[in-house]
Structures are given as structure tokens and as C-alpha cells.
Design a binder for this molecule. Structure first.
Ligand SMILES: NC(=O)c1ccc[n+]([C@@H]2O[C@H](COP(=O)([O-])OP(=O)(O)OC[C@H]3O[C@@H](n4cnc5c(N)ncnc54)[C@H](OP(=O)(O)O)[C@@H]3O)[C@@H](O)[C@H]2O)c1
Length: 396
């Protein structure tokens, strides 16, 4: 069968692989029906840590069940199901309290990371009863496809921030994840959302989410002009960001209740900390902070240099992120920072699918390009890399 794989760092291509076999009684063999490349696939190929040779990419998928293991109870061959991007390892004893990293770090990020993903004609998934999700009757499959990763991740950002009714929320980034975070924050009762981004298609969708219950205002971080509110200490905006200035103005200098980081760069965390409220503010990050390879390399060399160990690591350099001490109240500001992998597994995805259906929401509008055939997976991945679409669905 044909598979679209990561050949080596920065190189993808198609290879022939044997059909997967059912490896255990709890697993299933799936045939992709709709797939979507994720920004995370782009990171896996061009920025990620080393992977097994010829790893098949892809973790956003609606699939048909081809074969089930003898212990699978709730799913049957022929059914069309939603496959969560995050599929916890249910064999780990701590999975009930640590679904994402049970047993070892990122254990739940299996598909297209530690096992072959969905960009092949058939693929294997373990723990079907815990990891597959039924799609509500009549639900549009594009909407369901957007739930398997995008909506689950956006909702994770909002839920981990504990958005409350009446909150003022900043959503940094209005790619698909940020747009889904706006949906999630609205469902949780946010009253005002400042959504930060610039691409016109994304801006249009973000603005369409404004209604009488919630003001959604888009801030274009490339063109916005705003100065620090009078009387504020200049260090209150450590990066001199107009977005921070604007949010401080609009919140009477108190800052936003919650900041959801769904896009940005290495300065975004500092901006978020600067513009979130003292005492109760939460910064909830779901963005991937790409490594700086040169810094990481210097960091490694310094750590390996015995002289540095002897000198108490005086030359230590860290490929890290900036936390402004001033806005952290020198360590006592009462601000909470969360860094999360998306929620996943059957229970969460079925909950999210139900919410989307019940509230008549249509994340399928994030799909701005449709392709047909596994042959198009490569083009779709490059389109995501070059930001030519918000999301792409590929019908297999
Ligand atoms: N935690 C998880 O489990 C999980 C799951 C899926 C994805 N992710 C991660 O989530 C992130 C978002 O994914 P996506 O597909 O939505 O990405 P995307 O389409 O690239 O969107 C990124 C957004 O960030 C905005 N942005 C860029 N620089 C900015 C800056 N300096 N300040 C403010 N906004 C800025 C972009 O603005 P423009 O409009 O100007 O482009 C865009 O709106 C990625 O890092 C992805 O890897 C995480």
C-alpha cells in the first residue's frame, strides 16, 4: 500500500509499505476517509526531534473501520468514526490522571509521531474502545474532521485557562487553533475576546464569531499602533508590544482575565504575562515553541564541557523562553501559566463533537481548500507550510 512518510529531517515522500496487521485484541485497522495535515506535521518534518525511519505522517482523520480485534466492543467494521489526534496509551497505570504523558512524555501523541499515522491506505490504532469516537448522526464530516485535533486543542486552551462567564480573553493567533479557542472561550461565557492575527481569511472568520453575547475584536499585530497607558511603568510592557498596550488600555490597565496562546513567536509568552491580570490571570499555552537549533547546540556543548560543570555552569546558555520578572511581580504576581498538549481520547472527543453539534457550530468553515486522493497529501502539507490555507481536507 501507499504511504506518505517522513524520509528524514526536512524530506517527505511516498513509499510502499505492507498492509498493517491487527497487533492485539483491543486494536483496529482503519481506512482513512478524510484527512487533514496539521501545523504539527509541518513541525514534525522541518523542526521536530528524530523519528523512526519512514514514519507515516498524519493524525487528523475521519476513517472507516476495516477490522476490529476480538476484544473491541463498541465499534464495528464499516462504521465511519472520528479518530482523535491524541490517543492515550491506556496500558499505562497513570493514564487516568495523566492521559497525555502517561508512562512517558508525549505517550498520547502516537499517530504520525511514534507509530505510523493516517496518511496511508490503512493504519493500525490501539485501544479502539477508548480511542475512537462515534460521530453524532447527521454531523457534517468536515465539521467532525475539524474536531479531532483543531477544536479539541482550541477547547483545551480555553478549558485549561478556566475561562469564566464575563471574562475578557486574549487569543494570540487566529490560525485554526486560535479560531477554535475563540469558539471554546465563547461557549464558556467570555464577554470580550481580543483575537490577534493578520491573514484576511482568518480575520474574516474571527470577526464572524462576534455576536450579542461576546465582542470579538481582531487586533492586527503587524499594523496596530498603541502606546502604554499613562502612568504605567515602562517595564510593564517588556517587549514594547502594541497588542499589550492596547489590551492594558481596554482593561483599564488591569490586564485580561485569560490569555490563550495559539500562535506567535518566542516573545509571545512575555507578552501574555505582561497583559494578564495580577492575582487571578491565567496564561494557557497550546502553541509549539520551535527550538533554536544554534542555541540548542551551544547549550549542549556547554553542558558537555567539564569545565562548566566545575565552574558551576557559569557559561550555561538555555534555549528557553523569556518571563519578564517585572510582570511576574518578581515572582509573586499570582499569575498561572499552563502548557498543554491537546486533550484527546474517545471520551473527550465525543464530548466535543456533541458540544459542536448541540450548539450548531461549524468548524468545517476553517477548511479553505479541498483535495482528493492520497497523492495530494504532499501538496496539502506544503500548502500548510506555506500558509496557503487555514485548513485543508483531503478525501482519500
Ligand atoms: N498543543 C497541542 O496539542 C497542539 C495541537 C495542534 C496544534 N498545536 C500548535 O498550535 C499552534 C497554532 O496552530 P495553527 O494551525 O492555528 O497555526 P497557524 O495557522 O500558523 O496560526 C498561527 C497564528 O499565530 C499568529 N501569529 C504569528 N505571529 C504572531 C505574533 N508575533 N503575535 C501574534 N500572533 C501571531 C498568526 O498570524 P497571521 O494571521 O499573521 O498568520 C496566525 O494567526 C501551532 O504552534 C501548532 O503546532 C498544538
Amino acid at each position: 500500500m501507499k504511504a506518505f512518510v517522513l524520509k528524514k529531517h526536512g524530506e517527505v515522500g511516498y513509499v510502499e509499505k505492507p498492509l498493517p496487521i491487527l497487533r492485539d485484541a483491543h486494536g483496529v485497522i482503519l481506512k482513512p476517509v478524510l484527512v487533514s495535515p496539521c501545523t504539527s506535521d509541518v513541525h514534525t518534518v522541518w523542526q521536530g526531534s528524530p523519528k523512526k525511519p519512514d514514519l507515516t505522517l498524519g493524525h487528523e482523520c475521519i476513517a472507516e473501520i476495516v477490522e476490529t480485534g476480538s476484544e473491541v466492543r463498541d465499534f464495528h467494521p464499516g462504521e465511519i468514526v472520528a479518530v482523535p489526534a491524541i490517543t492515550p496509551d491506556w496500558s499505562q497505570p497513570d493514564v487516568a490522571v495523566n492521559y497525555a504523558h502517561a508512562g512517558h512524555n508525549f505517550s498520547a501523541h502516537m499517530l504520525g509521531k511514534s507509530i505510523d499515522g493516517a496518511f496511508q491506505e490503512r493504519f493500525y490504532l490501539p485501544y479502539a474502545d477508548q480511542n475512537l469516537a462515534h460521530i453524532p448522526a447527521g454531523m457534517d464530516l468536515d465539521d467532525a474532521l475539524m474536531c479531532v485535533d483543531v477544536v479539541q486543542t482550541g477547547f483545551t486552551a480555553a478549558e485549561e485557562a478556566h475561562v469564566h462567564a464575563g471574562d475578557t480573553v486574549v487569543v494570540m493567533g487566529i490560525g485554526a487553533i486560535g479560531l477554535a479557542a475563540i469558539m471554546g472561550a465563547k461557549l464558556m461565557g467570555a464577554r470580550t475576546i481580543y483575537a490577534v492575527g493578520s491573514r484576511p481569511d482568518n480575520v474574516k472568520i474571527a470577526e464572524s464569531m462576534r455576536d450579542e453575547s461576546c465582542l470579538v475584536e481582531v487586533l492586527n499585530y503587524k499594523t496596530l499602533r498603541s502606546s502604554l497607558p499613562e502612568g504605567m511603568h515602562p517595564l510593564a510592557n517588556s517587549t514594547n508590544s502594541p497588542v499589550v498596550n492596547y489590551v492594558l488600555h481596554r482593561t483599564g490597565t488591569r490586564g485580561a482575565d485569560k490569555v490563550l496562546i495559539c500562535g506567535g513567536n518566542d516573545y509571545t509568552l512575555a507578552e501574555a504575562v505582561d497583559m494578564v491580570k495580577y492575582g487571578t490571570g491565567v496564561v494557557s499555552n497550546v502553541m509549539y515553541f520551535g527550538a533554536d537549533p544554534e542555541r540548542e547546540d551551544r547549550e549542549l556543548r556547554n553542558l558537555e564541557d567539564p569545565r562548566n560543570r566545575e565552574e558551576n555552569r557559569r557559561n550555561t546558555e538555555i534555549d528557553g523562553l523569556l518571563l519578564p520578572k517585572f510582570s511576574m511581580g518578581r515572582g509573586m504576581a499570582g499569575k498561572t501559566l499552563k502548557f498543554s498538549l491537546s486533550k484527546g481520547g474517545r471520551q473527550n472527543l465525543e464530548r466535543v463533537l456533541r458540544l459542536i453539534r448541540e450548539h450548531d457550530l461549524h468548524p468545517g468553515i476553517f477548511i479553505t481548500e479541498h483535495y482528493t486522493g492520497l497523492d495530494k497529501a504532499k501538496q496539502a502539507l506544503y500548502d500548510m507550510k506555506d500558509r496557503k490555507a487555514i485548513k485543508i481536507s483531503v478525501e482519500i
